[in-house]
Every structure is written in C-alpha cells, then in structure tokens.
Design a protein around this ligand. Structure first.
Ligand code: URC
Length: 298
C-alpha cells in the first residue's frame, strides 16, 4: 500500500490590514482581511520536513503589509490580490500557484453639521437597534439603544500622561487610530416620545461627538458622546456606553527599508480595552426597575 501527499496549499489567514491614505487632511481608509495561500514544490516539506521551498506564512503576511505601502495603498481588492498572486508566483520559482482571498470592510464618512468628516468614519451597514420595556403596575420604563455601531478616526486621537509602572510597555502617542464598536443604551423619562426620530437623533449626536472630539482618551470621547445626547434630549435621563478600544498597531516596515508614517496598520481583534460608563443627568428621576435584566452594563 502506498501513501502519498494529495492536494495541498498553505499560507497566512486573516491578515488584518488597515491602510490610511493621508497625503491631504481628507484621509482615505481601506480595511481588509487578507488570506494568502500558496501552492508549489511542497512535497518534501510535508514528507521530510525539508523547508527549502517553504516561503514562511510569516513572510507572506509581511509581504501583504509591505506591498500595501510600496504600492501606495490597496486599491481595488481584485487588483491587489492579483498583484499579490503574481508577486508570489513570479518571484519564487518554487511557488506555482496562489489563492489569494480578500474581504473588505467598507466605511463611510461620518456626517457632521459641516458636511462629511475628513478623518472620522462609520462602518457601512446598519447597527442593531434595541429596546427593553419594563412595566410594573402603573410604572413603565423604556430603555432604547444600539449595538454594533463601528466607528474609526484615522487621526485626532492621543493617549499619554498615564501612570507608568515596571509593567508598562505602552508608548505614549499623540497620533493614533481610535476605533470602537459602540453599544449604547439610554433610559427615557416617560413614554411620550417620538421613538424613531429620537433614535436617529441620538445616533447622529453620538457619531458627531465621536468625530468632532479631539480625543485624549476613549473615556473622554465616550463622555463627550453622552453629554451631547443628554444636552439635546431632556427626555433622556441617562445613557450607558460599552466601547471596546479596537487597537490598530502600526506595522514596523523598517526591516524592509520602508517608512510607515501612520499609513499601514495591523487591526488586532483581541485582547482589547473595554471602556464602559454611564453619563447621567444629576436631577434624573430614579431608574426604578428600568435596568433590571438589561445585561452587560455598569
Ligand atoms: O483611550 C484609552 N484609554 C485607556 O484607558 C487605555 N489604556 C490603554 O492601554 N490604551 C488606552 N487608550
């Protein structure tokens, strides 16, 4: 009985790359999840552990980041994947074929009073709208909210001045990407509310505050978002936010002789900071049973 190696391919899956075009104050964003799979002269890699023809998956990942810089961005994902496939096959005689897969997450500019924002974006696609109604005898409470409102600022965010301990490695920064998926829930005072209109307004106010706040901490941005909502809506007693800090790490391209002035980022998915707070009116009526069984909040 003979045993042989069948079809095979290998590579790096889910290379999360965010490219910011920042030649002018009006930034552009390209956000992709890239998968590189190569086929080639891989028989003895499998049968003998001879890696002489095994372009490491780590190199494939680095190549994706480096090419995004060298090519001045990602462009159409079809073009990017084609050029990557050709690069891998043309440059390495032991690579015969490539399967390159790209998912693109699309963003649009946050609308503000002065028009579309230069460097603040919201992920395309609807957030999930939520409502929890509680009734106890004659008392009624309505808590509305949303989750999955994903936003990003490509500049206008700093983080420094925090205490340092012997375990601190985080570098202070005066220019970073700030990104989060906003979950919010707010408690109404009373029930005579134009629900749809108010929902849209709360969302717009939160988005505009995210865009317009020059952020020194995600906590500060959260507070500004809540304050904007409460100032415009006296019928809302309090608003609670849960906001992950979706870290974007600058990719070190210096080993490849490339600079990276805040253009090419690795979008990490975990671990992430998690920032949660309530912004409330100091004269708000008691919450009663409004928050009972509403999960996951401070
Ligand atoms: O906006 C931030 N708030 C934090 O509390 C924090 N902690 C951290 O490591 N990075 C950040 N960023």
């Amino acid at each position: 009985m003979g045993i042989r190696l069948g079809d095979n391919q290998y590579g790096k899956a889910e290379v999360r790359l965010v490219h910011i075009t920042r030649d002018t104050p009006v930034h552009g964003i390209k956000d992709i999840n890239y998968g590189s799979q190569l086929r080639g002269d891989l028989e003895t890699v499998h049968t003998e552990g001879d890696n002489g023809t095994c372009l490491p998956t780590d190199t494939q990942k680095n190549t994706v980041y480096a090419k995004a810089k060298e090519w001045g961005g990602v462009g159409a994902i079809e073009d990017f994947a084609l050029k990557m496939a050709r690069h891998f096959v043309d440059e390495h005689e032991y690579v015969y074929g490539a399967r390159q897969e790209v998912e693109e997450y699309t963003w649009e500019r946050i609308a503000t009073g002065e028009g579309p924002h230069d460097h603040a974006f919201v992920r395309k696609g609807a957030e999930t709208r939520t409502a929890v109604v509680t009734k106890d005898g004659d008392s009624e409470w309505v808590v509305s909210g949303f989750s999955g409102l994903t936003v990003l600022k490509s500049t206008g965010s700093e983080f420094h001045g925090y205490p340092k301990t012997k375990y601190t490695t985080l570098a202070e920064t005066d220019d970073r990407i700030l990104a989060t998926d906003v979950t919010a829930r707010w408690r109404y005072i009373g029930t005579g509310v134009e629900w749809d209109k108010t929902y849209e307004s709360v969302k717009a106010l939160a988005l505009e505050a995210f865009a317009e706040t020059h952020s020194l901490a995600l906590q500060q941005t959260l507070y500004a978002m809540g304050k904007a909502v409460l100032e415009a809506h006296p019928e809302i007693a309090e608003i609670k936010f849960s906001m992950p800090n979706n870290h974007h790490f600058l990719v070190d391209l210096s080993p490849f002789g490339l600079d990276n002035p805040n253009e090419v980022f690795f979008a990490a998915d975990r671990p992430y900071g998690l920032i949660e707070a309530v912004v409330e009116r100091d004269d708000a009526p008691e919450a009663g049973r409004a928050w009972e069984t509403v999960p996951g909040f401070v």
